[in-house]
Design a protein around this ligand. Sequence first.
Ligand code: NFE
Ligand code: MG
Length: 519
Amino acid sequence: MATKIVIDPVSRIEGHLKIEVLVDDGVVKEAKSSGMMYRGLENILLGRDPRDAARIMQRICGVCPTSHGLAAAFALDEAYGVAGSITDNGRILRNLIQGANYVQSHILHFYQLGALDYVDVAACADYSGSDPTLKKVKDFIGRGHLGPFVPRYEGDYRLSKEENRAAVAHYVEALNMRRLAHEAVAIFGGKMPHNMSIVAGGVTAAPSVDKITAFLWKIDQLLDFIDTCYLPDVLLVAGRYSDYFGIGAGCKQFLSFGVFDMDSDPDLTKRHRYFPQGIVKGADLKLRRLDPDKITEEVDSSWFVNHGAVHPYEGSTVPDRDKAGAYSWVKSPRYDGEVLEVGPLARMLAAYAGGDKEVQGLVNGVLQQFNASPEALFSVLGRHAARAIECKLVAEKLKQWVLQLQPGQPTFTDFPLEVTSRGMGLHEAPRGALGHWIVIEGGKTKNYQAVVPTTWNAGPVDSQGQPGPIEQSLIGTKVKDKNNPFELVRIVRSYDPCLSCAVHVVTPRGEDLGHFVVG
Ligand code: NFE
Ligand code: MG
């Protein structure tokens, strides 16, 4: 008989996600991914000065505000006709602010969010050595404070006691590292979270020799942590849990908008970006060109008034909590009607397919180490490995890029405000492809739509009956113990979902739409 498993909320992710699966004969037959919290920002912008978007849209999320500030700035650059005139300083500063946020976000994901699926913190309970961090963790557990470390998955921890303890020490050190990365963002971003310096036309922060030195010093320490802890820990986990190279494949089609501008081409589909833009389908690893006109959002299974499959410029956000058949506050973005996965794996595949030798070397190295074929990248471990590889590459690039800043040279290009136009901001947040679309009329924002990474990954079934990527990853998964479904949460967490980003709408009158118990 089929059994229903409901995980609500999925912990150690950002925001409120519910996963519901139907298991028959030990295998997931159906899966539903539901964004369970209603909040938002798109509608707040309507009627406001368009420039507010680069400030207000950052409030979507405290983890990736930088990405939303930049996606808004890219959209505004186009709307104000300044996209082709971003100075080198402005372009590089944007890359530095975003890159340092990637490093923070990826370390956060592996240690604070993902690692406890694989690392047994209870290995510290009988620690008798002298390491002050492990002694503190032991005391913490001894007082019954399992808070950040639960839920735990008895029965499938595979590291040795010593390996577990070392990983727990790295978990604690990762907190310090994330503070350093936040500080690096703030050097040029003004503060973190919610950067102040990202604006249409460039960046308002001025580079100086002392800021460059401070940034470099922080990135150096972060790179050391990535090389000596993050990458080895991911490889250790991959070695012990190598079956997860064959679990959680998903839709096997990937989208990257491209990130880290290398020039200021006014057309974001032509701009040269360090990680390229494009679509990769399956293991042929060919990079296909993106046509942003083919992007649509549907709300057939979402609690919104139905509008068919519409381009974000025509999108709307009108809630309908009682809609029959709907089961999520997340919309269903599609590309030419197809389901696509986004995130570090999508970016690394696009770079690999685009011929990036460094990415090819690192990805091939991981595959050879585990004697795996490229197909193995479409998996739980493929996502973790791609994130770690990207983290290293970005940190290394940040050290080079910061030295290209020119103190005393302009960081911002001014532009006339009288505009009736629209603009598209294609960008990559740490969690994947992020697009903002703005329509301006009479100097005010007439429509604003954000299509964010977790909307692509965690979205529900569309009008064609196609489940979203996370749902597809869950379907077909073997569940050993329905009371302890660690396979399912490992799959979901490998996507690094963020529901605060994915659900970002608000009812205009602010009425009470429902009560959700998430404790
Ligand atoms: Ni709230 Fe975000 C990132 C964006 S993801 S973390 O990265 O956009 O849905
Ligand atoms: Mg949206």
